[in-house]
Design a protein around this ligand. Structure first.
Ligand code: NAP
Ligand code: HSE
Length: 428
């Protein structure tokens, strides 16, 4: 006589861009997933704000509920794809407190409340998985958290926000208008519910905080991450980048320095020949450098319903396997105590684009202002204008503090009409 194996009941919180695709994949691939888990995998229910709103055909209407607590309490695995702080936080904590494993795509919550969530998971011995929170479909959390656990990660540098990469790419290659491209990114399901999280750099900063925490084995909060988005990047900046054979990308950078770790997000100039320069549309790509492994590169779809659902489903299988067969996923690794350095201490190269007086001696006056703060000039490109000259000065490596002091002097100088923009340079 065969004993029936108990099903693993999955609660899905949220049924938007990602949730709908999670439901679709769980339904269409139920037999395969059940075989991989070793027990039937069933959707216990889908929590939404309003059950009467028409849904995609793939969503079984009878599984929709607006009673989140009852659904969470009945589940073996909770998948949180609602986003936002509350009620996501309370529902995740409720599940973890009951020992129920959680899979979440909510990077904003992890980057601000990660400590609380990890502690709740540890207290109850429950799983907390979040592959989909960083870089969509790309397996990145697991490699950094598990595969590289025996190495020393020294640097992570990459494109981790699909919306901004899509926007910059469309503006660069098609000359499209910023507002139109952002609206299209929303329509395609790449953008957050509030797209200012994308264009303001906060979504990438949340991902940088998560990656830095995993890579450096310590808690890095969203507030520790320096963040500049793409809202100030102009069509002129993009054209000037092209003139110097570069492209502008929003990069997340987390690196070990001698005296601590530096974590930042900002628009960055890359040479057109750099591998990240060729990352198009909503794709993401991330370099991870580790002492023994050397340089690794991860590439794939960074946003969108189905790609993100793929990452969610991978985590669901892991947690469901633990439900069916026992065991637990990795706990938080939080033993290191490096200082998180202020942005002033970060060292990089800069391209300063400005308008100067078109008269003899101006170039040497400008060069002197750089020299006064110990910022070396690597190259100068001059474009003639009417009654003024446009300059792009590319510097050698210098600290943010030294560059900021230089720009202050430039702005106060009679020789300089205007400092149009300052962009950081990587990869040269
Ligand atoms: P979305 O399209 O806005 O969907 C959110 C869903 O959650 C909706 O079904 C909504 O219910 C439900 N919801 C939101 N707030 C709720 C509340 N207070 N009470 C009950 N239900 C609530 O968002 P999404 O793009 O799928 O993103 C979901 C999560 O995945 C976010 O954390 C996001 O950062 C993350 N993520 C998204 C992507 C992506 O490419 N979209 C990629 C990676 C990670 P109603 O339908 O009733 O409004
Ligand atoms: N809004 C996010 C992005 C979704 O554009 O990358 C993926 O995390």
């Amino acid at each position: 006589m065969s004993t029936a194996v108990a099903p693993v009941k999955i609660a899905i919180l949220g049924c938007g861009t990602v949730g709908t695709q999670v439901v679709r994949l769980l339904t269409e691939q139920r037999d395969d997933l059940s075989a991989r888990v070793g027990a039937p995998v069933d959707i216990a229910g889908i929590y939404v704000r309003d059950t009467s709103v028409p849904r995609d055909d793939v969503v079984p209407v009878d599984l929709l509920t607006s009673d989140a607590e009852t659904l969470v309490d009945a589940a073996d695995v909770v998948v949180e794809v609602m986003g936002g702080d509350e009620p996501a936080r309370t529902l995740i904590l409720r599940a973890l407190a009951a020992g129920t494993g959680v899979v979440t795509a909510n990077k904003a919550l992890l980057a601000t409340r990660g400590a609380e969530l990890y502690e709740a998971a540890d207290e109850a011995g429950a799983d907390l998985y979040f592959e989909a929170a960083v870089a969509g479909a790309i397996p990145l959390v697991r490699p950094v958290r598990e595969s590289l656990a025996g190495d020393h990660v020294t640097r992570i540098l990459g494109i981790v926000n699909g919306t901004t990469n899509y926007v910059l790419d469309e503006m660069t290659t098609k000359g499209l208008d910023y507002a139109d491209v952002v609206a299209e990114a929303q329509r395609l399901g790449y953008a957050e519910a509030d797209p200012t999280a994308d264009v303001g750099g906060h979504d990438a900063a949340a991902k940088a905080a998560i990656l830095a925490s995993l890579a450096f084995h310590q808690r890095v909060h969203l507030d520790d991450v320096y963040c500049e988005g793409i809202t100030e990047v102009s069509a002129d900046d993009i054209a000037a980048a092209k003139e110097t054979d570069r492209v502008i990308k929003l990069l997340a950078i987390a690196e070990r320095a001698e005296d601590g770790v530096s974590v930042r997000v900002h628009p960055t100039l890359l040479p057109s020949s750099h591998p990240l320069a060729g990352v198009r549309g909503a794709f993401n790509a991330v370099f991870v450098e580790a002492e023994a492994a050397g340089e690794l590169m991860f590439y794939g779809q960074g946003a969108g319903g189905a790609p993100t659902a793929s990452a969610v489903l991978g985590d669901v299988v892991s947690v469901a396997r633990h439900v069916a067969g026992g065991g637990r996923g990795p706990r938080e690794s939080n033993y290191a105590r490096h200082d998180v350095l202020p942005m002033d201490a970060a060292q990089t190269r800069y391209a300063v684009r400005m308008s100067v007086q078109d008269r003899p001696g101006v170039l040497s006056a400008v060069a002197q202002m750089f020299a006064n703060h110990g910022v070396g000039i690597e190259s100068v490109r001059q474009m003639a204008g009417k009654g003024h000259a446009g300059l792009i000065l590319s510097s050698h490596r210098a600290s943010e503090a030294a560059l900021a002091a230089t720009v202050e002097d430039l702005r106060a100088s009679d020789s300089v009409n205007d400092v149009w923009s300052v962009l950081r340079i990587e990869g040269e």
